[in-house]
Design a binder for this molecule. Structure first.
Ligand SMILES: *[C@@H]1O[C@H](CO)[C@@H](O)[C@H](O)[C@H]1NC(C)=O
Ligand SMILES: *[C@@H]1O[C@H](CO)[C@@H](O)[C@H](O)[C@H]1NC(C)=O
Ligand SMILES: *[C@@H]1O[C@H](CO)[C@@H](O)[C@H](O)[C@H]1NC(C)=O
Length: 210
């Protein structure tokens, strides 16, 4: 029995590399239209974030996160300016990596029966749906490409074992701010799906090539 079926991501990679090569040119479009459905579903859930991430939390409650999990529009602009080889796809990959950690950390501080728990779990499900479509809509090779150096450094810090991290690597953020960041950077990095959104105005995304 082939071993890859036990691992969801590898299974995806196997599928994409064998089946999707033929139609790769279509799928290389900056953001495939198929991404918009799951992202808009996620966006709908995010519209309740004030209630679940602020009103249902103690005043000024903060969540401990990696510094790199504080990922705002200003980070995107900076990365685009400073780094060769940073394109929209690289930033989209980073967006998924950052925010899956963010959602996980919010869930971790919530007791099972807290009303924000099931809300965040639903966000996480919808986020994973979008990630699944994202992975499937690009050729597998894309995910093996080397990342620009500073992005790779961020990636390594994000995936560091918590017990091996030094204290200064942690930051504290309001849960609502974390989801605001998730939302605003989503409007920017997947602008094809959110062309009517006002938040786009602040979006200084990397020049979209091709
Ligand atoms: C995203 O959600 C906001 C409300 O939070 C809404 O105003 C906007 O129209 C939504 N965008 C799309 C494309 O669904
Ligand atoms: C919450 O933070 C704000 C701004 O830092 C501060 O003015 C306020 O006193 C804090 N509230 C509580 C209950 O700690
Ligand atoms: C975004 O910028 C903040 C402040 O400059 C920094 O602490 C954080 O690590 C940056 N996030 C990423 C993903 O680079």
């Amino acid at each position: 029995m082939p071993r890859f079926i036990y691992h969801r991501n590898v299974f995806f990679f196997f599928n994409t590399s064998t089946c999707l090569l033929l139609i790769a040119p279509i799928l290389m479009a900056p953001t495939s239209a198929s991404m918009c459905t799951p992202l808009r579903t996620l966006n709908n859930s995010l519209s309740y974030r004030r209630r679940y991430m602020k009103h249902y939390f103690p005043i000024n409650y903060t969540v401990r996160v990696h510094h790199e999990e504080i990922f705002k529009l200003s980070n995107i602009s900076k990365m685009c300016l400073d780094e060769d080889g940073v394109d929209e796809l690289v930033l989209q990959r980073l967006w998924f990596q950052v925010n899956q950690g963010v959602l996980k950390k919010i869930i971790q501080v919530l007791p099972k029966r807290h009303p924000s728990r099931s809300y965040t779990a639903e966000l996480e499900r919808r986020f994973k749906d979008a990630e699944g479509v994202f992975v499937l809509s690009h050729p597998a090779e894309v995910f093996y490409q080397e990342l620009p150096e500073t992005i790779q450094d961020i990636w390594d810090r994000l995936t560091e074992e918590p017990e091996r991290m030094v204290d200064t690597s942690w930051g504290y953020a309001f849960p609502k701010s974390l989801l605001d960041n998730l939302c605003h950077t989503m409007y920017c990095l997947f602008h094809e799906c959110f062309s009517n959104t006002e938040d786009q105005q602040d979006c200084d995304e990397c020049a979209v090539s091709g």
